[in-house]
Design a protein around this ligand. Structure first.
Ligand SMILES: Cc1ncc(COP(=O)(O)OP(=O)(O)O)c(N)n1
Ligand SMILES: Cc1ncsc1CCOP(=O)(O)O
Ligand SMILES: [Mg+2]
Length: 205
């Protein structure tokens, strides 16, 4: 399977404006997954964002994953949740989400964390940050070899994240990333989101 695109929503969104931008992105090419990632907002803001954005994504047969909050992901009918090492522990997240939902786990640049997540039953392991990013102050710096190592050793999909753009994605694709999780590289692309999606898709062919 070729590398697939996994969109992360911008840190701050105006819901009505972003819904239109998201539709443009979704209709520009192949996208496997969208993660709603809103930090430091109240639960109702997350609920409203889910209500507005989730149908746009799911109606196109694309997975809608919520960051950090298995409780809200379950309540809102999301396809999955992404949890970090300081979030709800995997077992609890799985208990809340059920066996068929997607549960993805941040593993930074750690083989050890990834093997634990894999053993516990994670649907994907996420490595990063591969490049400098303005979206988050990352806790770790990962190198492409960890993607190569993971894909050689395990069947569970791996996600590459952190500062990925159309200019720097190729080494991660070549190293075997199953998914590229991208925020700024899509929404802030100088030529617009349509061009960005198409360009990422081309790189992944
Ligand atoms: C696909 C994907 N990978 C990694 C992260 C980072 O999760 P986390 O370490 O919990 O940090 P926050 O995103 O919660 O700030 C992610 N969200 N998605
Ligand atoms: C959430 C997250 N986790 C590690 S780096 C990162 C930010 C991803 O956004 P961008 O693609 O803009 O670097
Ligand atoms: Mg988190």
């Amino acid at each position: 399977m070729n590398t697939q695109l996994y969109l992360i929503t911008p840190p701050r969104i105006d819901l009505d404006i972003f819904a239109d931008t998201l539709v443009t992105a979704l209709d520009s090419g192949e996208i496997a997954c969208v993660q709603l990632r809103l930090k430091d907002v109240d639960d109702d803001t997350v609920r409203r964002a889910c209500e507005k954005l989730q149908p746009l994504v799911q109606d196109r047969d694309i997975a809608f994953v919520l960051n950090d909050r298995p409780d809200l992901a379950k309540e809102m009918g999301c396809d999955g949740v992404h949890i970090g090492q300081d979030d709800t522990p995997y077992k609890k997240a799985r208990e809340i989400m059920g066996k068929d939902a997607i549960v993805g786990v941040t593993c930074h640049d750690s083989k050890h964390l990834a093997m634990i997540a894999g053993e516990q039953g994670a649907d994907y392991v996420a490595f990063g940050a591969f490049y400098p990013t303005d979206t988050k102050q990352p806790k770790s710096k990962a190198e492409p070899w960890i993607l190569e190592w993971w894909t050689t050793m395990f069947e569970i999909p791996c996600v590459a994240i952190g500062g990925i753009t159309t200019d720097n994605a190729t080494p991660l694709i070549e190293a075997g990333a199953d998914f590229l999780a991208v925020c700024g590289g899509i929404w802030n692309h100088p030529k617009g989101v349509e061009h960005a999606v198409k360009h990422f898709n081309k790189l992944c062919e």
